[in-house]
Design a protein around this ligand. Structure first.
Ligand SMILES: [Zn+2]
Length: 383
C-alpha cells in the first residue's frame, strides 16, 4: 500500500485542532472519539476503552491477533501541554513541508505515523505470526500517573514496545532517557517578630535558601544527574514576621537506576546540618515517577533492524541518542519490555507555540515502521 501525504496531513490537522490538554477532560473525551473512530477502521482489530487509575480520562486499547506468537506493543499519548485556555489552538500550514500546530509533533503526528504504519502493514497480507496492541493514553504530559498501571499490565504480553514520541530533527531515534522525579524541600522554622534581637525565631526561608544553594550544585558533583529548582514559596504578606515555613519544588532527573540512591543520599546529607540546628526542620519528599530508560541488548538488535529498514527505503541514515526528557518508554523499560522510542514524526519546538512538524516525515516514518513490522512478522530478528 502506497501512503500519500495529503490524507495523513489532513488527519493530523483534524486531530491537532481538537484541544486535548492533559487537564481538559471534555477535550480529551472528544479526542478519544476521533481516535477510536479512526483506529477502529483498521481491518481485523478489536477496540476497547480502558479506565485509568486516577483520572476519569480513558485510554484506548486496540488489539490485533492477540494469540499470535510474536506480540508488539505500540504506544502513544493523546494529551498535549496546551490547555483549553491556551491561545495556541489551531494548525497553520506554514509551507508545503511544514505544519505548525499544538501537538503536531508531540505527539499527534506520532499517532498519525502509527496509524498509517498499521494501515499499510495490514493492507499487505499480514502474517498470522504477529499480533499487536496499541495503547493510547491521556496523561503522559503530567507524568502518566493514571496510565502507568496499563503499561505495567500490558508489558508482559509483548516482546517489543514501539513508542511514537517525536524523532529528532536529524531523524535520529531515542536510545535512552533520563528518569524523572518531582520532589519538595519543605522547611519549618519558628515564627517571631522581625525586630526582636536576639531572637529565638528561626527563619525558614533563610534555612531553605542555604540548602538550595548547595543542592543546586548536585549536577556538578554527580554526573548524569540534573536538578532544577522550579518553584519556591514561603513567608506571608507581612515582612516584619520571621517566616516559619518555606518550600521549594524540585525537578530531578537521573541517567542510570544507580543514580537514584546517590542523589537521595546527597540531598539527605545537605539537609542534615540544617536539621542539626535547634528549631529548624527540613524535609525532602517526593519520588521518581519514571525510572531512567537504559538501553538493553534486545533494543540494540531491534534498532539495527530499524536502521536496515530505513536504508532499504532509501531514507537518510540515522542513529539514536540520549534524551533528557522522560516518556512512556521509561515505564515500558521499568516493566521489563525492551522498546524503541522516538519513532514518531520529525519536528521541533515542542511545548511552545512554535511547535511544528516536517510533513513528509509522516509518510517516511510510517513506511519505515510498516516495513519493520513486516520484517518482525517474517521472524527477521528474534524478539
Ligand atoms: Zn510526548
Amino acid at each position: 500500500m502506497t501512503l500519500e501525504l495529503p490524507p495523513l496531513r489532513d488527519r493530523l490537522i483534524r486531530w491537532a485542532n481538537q484541544n486535548s490538554g492533559s487537564d481538559n477532560l471534555p477535550g480529551l473525551a472528544a479526542m478519544l472519539d476521533l481516535l477510536e473512530a479512526d483506529f477502529a477502521a483498521l481491518p481485523g482489530v478489536t477496540v476497547a476503552r480502558m479506565p485509568c487509575a486516577n483520572t476519569p480520562a480513558q485510554a484506548l486499547r486496540v488489539r490485533f491477533q492477540p494469540d499470535a506468537p510474536r506480540q508488539v506493543l505500540l504506544s502513544g499519548h493523546y494529551d498535549t501541554v496546551y490547555g483549553a485556555n491556551n491561545p495556541f489552538q489551531r494548525c497553520e500550514l506554514v509551507d508545503e513541508r511544514t505544519l505548525r500546530g499544538p501537538g503536531v509533533t508531540d505527539m499527534k503526528g506520532g499517532l498519525v505515523v502509527m496509524l498509517a504504519a498499521l494501515q499499510s502493514y495490514l493492507a499487505s497480507n499480514p502474517s498470522p505470526a504477529l499480533g499487536f496492541e496499541v495503547l493510547l493514553t491521556p496523561d503522559e504530559e503530567t507524568g502518566s500517573f493514571g496510565s502507568a498501571p496499563l503499561f505495567a499490565e500490558a508489558a508482559p504480553r509483548h516482546q517489543l514496545g514501539l513508542v511514537f514520541e517525536p524523532g529528532r530533527m536529524t531523524g535520529n531515534l531515542v536510545q535512552s532517557r533520563k528518569g524523572t522525579g518531582n520532589f519538595a524541600a519543605t522547611c519549618h522554622g519558628r515564627a517571631g517578630h522581625a525586630g526582636k534581637s536576639p531572637s529565638n525565631a528561626r527563619n525558614a526561608i533563610a534555612a531553605l535558601a542555604e540548602f538550595l544553594v548547595t543542592a543546586h550544585r548536585i549536577p556538578a558533583e554527580l554526573p548524569g544527574v540534573l536538578l532544577n529548582i522550579g518553584r519556591i514559596h514561603g513567608g506571608g504578606d507581612a515582612t516584619n514576621v520571621v517566616p516559619d515555613y518555606a518550600q521549594a519544588l524540585l525537578d530531578i532527573r537521573i541517567t542510570r537506576v544507580a543514580d537514584r540512591p546517590a542523589v537521595l543520599a546527597r540531598l539527605a546529607e545537605l539537609a542534615a546540618p540544617i536539621n542539626a540546628r535547634e528549631g529548624l526542620h527540613l524535609e525532602i519528599t517526593g519520588s521518581f515517577n519514571r525510572p531512567p530508560k537504559e538501553c538493553v541488548p534486545a533494543e540494540e538488535t531491534a534498532f539495527a533492524l530499524y536502521q536496515q529498514c530505513g536504508a532499504e527505503l532509501g531514507l537518510p541514515p540515522f542513529t539514536w541518542v540520549h534524551a533528557g526528557g522522560g516518556s512512556d518508554g521509561n515505564l515500558l523499560s521499568a516493566a521489563g519490555l525492551p522498546n524503541l522510542d522516538g519513532l514518531g514524526v520529525i519536528g521541533d519546538q515542542l511545548h511552545s507555540d512554535r511547535e511544528y512538524c516536517v510533513l513528509p516525515s509522516l509518510v517516511e516514518r510510517a513506511n519505515l515502521c510498516a516495513l519493520f513490522l513486516r520484517r518482525i512478522a517474517e521472524g527477521k530478528v528474534r524478539l
